[in-house]
Ligand binder design. Structure first.
Ligand SMILES: [Fe+2]
Length: 119
């Protein structure tokens, strides 16, 4: 992949902004005491950290990407992509299974609580 310098610079700038935002949110979390507000800020921070990680992964992948896919044998490329797809499918299926388990646990917990905020 030909790396466009403007795109790389844009992604790096965005990563830097995401990291600065993460720090600002964390600082705010540390000085407030309201439980719900802290939880909300933590969720925002996790999301911001996730964005920085996604962008960093994107940059890493862009740097590793095969510059000329067609210089490889057809079967090498196709086999590799088929195996990748199978691996991803397996991981996604496992992820869905775990998410369903967690949903069941949360639903069970909600039924047991008398906290009106969760009903
Ligand atoms: Fe973000």
């Amino acid at each position: 992949m030909v790396l466009e310098p403007d795109l790389v610079a844009l992604i790096k700038t965005q990563i830097s902004l995401e990291r600065k935002t993460t720090k600002k949110i964390k600082d705010l979390e540390d000085i407030i005491s309201n439980f719900a507000a802290k939880l909300f800020l933590a969720e925002m921070r996790f999301d911001t950290e996730k964005h920085a990680k996604i962008l960093q992964t994107m940059l890493n992948l862009m740097n590793q990407y095969e510059p000329d896919r067609h210089s490889k044998q057809f079967w090498q490329v196709e086999t590799h992509e088929y195996v990748d797809a199978l691996e991803i499918k397996k991981i996604l299926e496992e992820h869905v299974r775990v998410e369903l388990e967690m949903l069941t646990l949360v639903e069970g917990g909600i039924k047991k609580t008398d906290d009106l905020a969760l009903q």
